[in-house]
Write a protein that binds this ligand. Structure first.
Ligand code: GLA
Length: 730
């Protein structure tokens, strides 16, 4: 049993293979947090909860003179605003009388095999033998406010998931101003928080800061998880690194506004909370109504970031990404966006496809520009019928011709958007998010459809399904090219407008669920101007996400490095693009561009017709290499061998098959040096006493030699050169 309860002590203990979570019902009924960290024997750790009258720290009325029992310093599982805890809270409500206090106390609990369910929300999937659930029922004595805390335990994965259901069992309405999903309090410790900030075309930069007195937060209020922040953070020891130290990964399974916040209180106890961002949020619970928070995935490692990322990569592959893609290699695709943008004809696409087919490329993805009056980004969005001027034989005609070449065919869509210059907008100007009487903010000349509205979703489902059917699509890229603003829905009354942003996300998930349910064999790729919605919520529906609109291989090394902390490599959309690169003007060899794109889903986004004979041969070999190494890349363990923020001379990363018989090491020289020193790369994850051969070399190495003495790196000539090593057990 991974969950146990000792009734006399009112003590809950959750074990995963390497971690322990413990909590206890305090003597006045509050659910207190005891411990989360390295697995401990099955003992009572509640000695960690220490009390002292600290002054200016109140205590519940019934505690009378028991002054040490202060909610302001006691570690808690689901802290509330307004009743004596002044730290960042999970729950903040307004009652019908305007008061804002809540105090939750334990009522009962339930332990069962399998997982809790979160209707309408994506979440981790596991069978009854893989997971257990603990539900703890809490109630506010003075109102109808009730909360069920869910703890999902995947013992073998070293993962605990959390979410909650907030319900109103009283007569009067309750408004939620803040309804986060999870809190982790620590008894002590100097922690750093690592967050992943960015911008369009430079997502998931790594920022590591000490958790201060006062609050440190990462979050998004853009309606999407965003380029600017990512709903994944790590809390860790000050000394933690790739291979050592305590670290905690927290991932929000959600694609909208989020907050990840940490603070250290007056007596040096760190607190961390995560959930829907409270800015702009307000949700009314009428009598009998409930609100379900999205899920947070928590995982712990005592051995640094490498193991932490490993836990998450395995979890995604086994329990989060759509199952049917788990063992499937991605087809190597060619996308026409960076080749043609909006300016193409059927003839041109066919000549590109023909050239790609000849190289062994397996799928042709037609990007933006195939529908409506879509000759520029200012028109056509919303009109999901084919543009016959560009494609005279329609989607079906084009698709047939491409499939005849032996390739699969796929299309690009951006369902959530509308241009003012579109038939859809002319017919339904009220379907977009807008505030009556106020001109909406524009981004890329487009407005956001109100995904909460059923008729909007039905229109999108019908018109896009028709296009998918006509195209006989094997692949669909779902894009989303702006942030939300003017968030107001005609469907909701004035006092419920604070629900619109979350209802948008629920509508989005409902539509994604419908599409992926109807077309389970289509390979769906998420996208939001590159990686602006790279999150676990989307990955529950779509097994891959276009990682960034920055396709420069050198910049991609940093972007893919940051992304790898929280997300598996098989989900990272990566393509070989033109040189000089369209975003940076940097010239990089075809070899290096392919090397970097192979740390992802691998494809091409360049005019392959312009390649000379030698380059065409090279591309054929690259396609075959990806087919050969695809399984290790998708399913293997991943190791970050260098940190691009520290090592500006070279970058290296590694894949190792689960059975440790094969490995692929990639090495890119970032900065060529005169008279360079010799370097050995200490690689990871092999078996110490097993003998391995590198590429087709005669020389044989033991795993321990390669891991501890190192693999000798070649001296390469010129910036941005690369090589890889295929290592195989003999
Ligand atoms: C976004 C995507 C690109 C491309 C364009 C098309 O920016 O990230 O890959 O699809 O839209 O408009």
């Amino acid at each position: 049993m991974s969950i146990s309860y000792i009734a006399e002590k009112k003590l809950f203990t959750i074990h995963t293979v390497h971690s322990t979570w413990q909590m206890k019902v305090g003597r006045y009924g509050h659910l207190l947090h005891v411990y989360y960290g390295k697995r401990t024997e099955d003992t009572d750790l509640s000695y960690l909860i220490r009390e002292m009258d600290r002054g200016f720290c109140g205590y519940p009325y019934e505690a009378r003179d028991d002054r040490g029992y202060s909610l302001d310093t006691l570690p808690q599982e689901y802290p509330c605003f307004g009743a004596g805890d002044y730290r960042t809270a999970c729950l903040h409500v307004i009652h019908a009388d305007g008061s804002q206090a809540a105090e939750l106390r334990y009522v009962s609990h339930r332990i069962y095999e399998g997982r809790y369910s979160l209707p309408g929300l994506p979440s981790v999937r596991a069978s009854d033998t893989e997971a257990q659930t603990l539900e703890i029922f809490l109630r506010d004595r003075n109102s109808g406010l009730e909360v069920i805390l869910y703890y999902g335990v995947l013992e073998q994965s070293d993962v605990i998931t959390r979410a909650c259901r907030i319900q109103n069992s009283g007569e009067a309405p309750i408004r939620l101003l803040r309804a986060l999903s999870c809190c982790v309090d620590f008894a002590d410790g100097d922690l750093d928080m690592i967050s992943f900030y960015g911008r369009h075309s430079m997502e998931r930069n790594v920022q590591r800061l000490p958790v201060p007195h006062g609050r440190l937060s990462s979050g998004s209020t853009r309606g999407t998880s965003s380029h600017q922040a990512n709903p994944f953070v790590i809390l860790c020891d000050r000394s933690a690194g790739e291979e050592q130290g305590n670290c905690y990964g927290m991932t929000f399974v959600y694609s909208g506004n989020f907050l990840a916040e940490a603070e250290v209180n007056q007596v040096n106890q760190p607190r961390f909370v995560m959930g829907i961002h409270p800015d702009g949020f307000c949700w009314t619970l009428e009598k009998g109504e409930e609100f379900i928070t999205p899920e947070v995935i928590l995982t712990y490692s005592s051995d640094g970031f490498e193991a932490l990322s490993g836990n998450l990569h395995d979890l995604y592959r086994e329990h989060l990404l759509p199952r049917q893609f788990r063992d499937r290699r991605h087809p190597v695709l060619l996308n026409n966006w960076e080749v043609t943008e909006f300016d193409f004809t059927e003839e041109e696409l066919l000549s590109l496809a023909e050239s790609a087919a000849d190289l062994g490329i397996e799928l042709f993805a037609m990007d933006d520009g195939w529908f409506g009056d879509r000759n520029r980004d200012g028109s056509g969005l919303g009109d999901w019928t084919v543009n016959r001027e560009k494609l005279p034989s329609g989607l079906s005609g084009l698709s047939k011709k491409i499939r005849k070449m032996g390739m699969q065919f796929g299309i690009w869509i951006e369902p959530e958007m509308v241009n003012e210059d579109s038939d859809l907008y002319r017919a339904h100007p009220d379907w977009c998010l807008h505030i009556p009487g106020r001109r909406p903010n524009l981004e890329r000349c487009q407005l956001v459809l109100d995904m909460f509205r059923r008729e909007v979703r039905d229109y999108l489902f019908d018109s896009i399904s028709k296009a998918i059917d006509e195209a006989a699509a094997s692949y669909v890229k779902w894009d989303m090219n702006r942030s939300l603003s003017d968030v107001w829905s005609a469907e909701l009354p004035a006092d419920r407008q604070g629900e619109t942003a979350h209802r948008y996300v629920l509508g989005l998930y409902e539509l994604m669920d419908r599409f992926t349910g109807k077309y389970p064999d289509i390979l769906w790729e998420g996208c939001s101007g590159g990686g602006g919605r790279f999150d676990a919520g989307i990955l529950c529906y779509m097994p891959q996400i276009w990682c960034s609109d920055d396709t420069d291989a050198i910049e991609r090394i940093s972007i893919q490095y940051g992304t790898s902390f929280g997300y598996p490599i098989c989900s990272v959309g990566a393509h070989v693009s033109a040189s000089p690169n369209l975003q940076t003007g940097r010239s990089i060899s075809l070899k290096t561009r392919a090397e970097v794109a192979m740390a992802g889903t691998f494809g091409y986004e360049m005019d392959v017709r312009t390649l000379n004979g030698e380059e065409r041969e090279q591309v054929r070999r690259q396609v075959q290499e990806y087919q050969k190494y695809g399984d290790i890349i998708r399913q293997g363990n991943y190791y970050r061998l260098t940190n691009p923020y520290e090592n500006h001379v070279y970058a290296a990363w590694q894949f190792v098959s689960k059975d440790q018989t094969e490995s692929l090491v990639s090495f890119v020289l970032l900065h060529a040096e005169a008279n360079p020193p010799f370097r050995q790369l200490r690689i990871r994850g092999l078996k110490e006493d097993v003998r391995y051969r590198i590429n087709e070399e005669e020389r044989v190495y033991t795993g321990s030699a390669l891991m501890y003495a190192g693999l000798p790196l070649p001296v390469l000539w010129g910036d941005y050169q690369s090589t890889h090593f295929y290592i195989r057990q003999i």
